[in-house]
Write a protein that binds this ligand. Sequence first.
Ligand SMILES: [Zn+2]
Length: 109
Amino acid sequence: MALTQCPECNKRISDKADQCPYCQCALVDDPEKLETQRRINRIKKSSSLMTHSFLALILFISGLAYSSWYAEDGMTYDKIASQAVALIGLIWYLTTRIRIMLFKRNKKQ
Ligand SMILES: [Zn+2]
């Protein structure tokens, strides 16, 4: 196993590593490997965005459900808090949808 220098942080690392263990930068020169790495990163990013949008939707729905079914009528603390949660969920969801849209558009280029 030969040692090489990381182009980013200049630490000595194995030349067999695909990624620097110190700064996590990719160390693949092989274009085919680089493409695979990029594809893996894209899948990871896309699944993380999906998880975010799912969690945001749950937050929105549960805040809304609580506010309409369980909270007392009027401007109670319960009601305001659950509506705030629903609003945060909605904003988070919309932001994530926009990020997913931009992410998908990026792919076509
Ligand atoms: Zn490094």
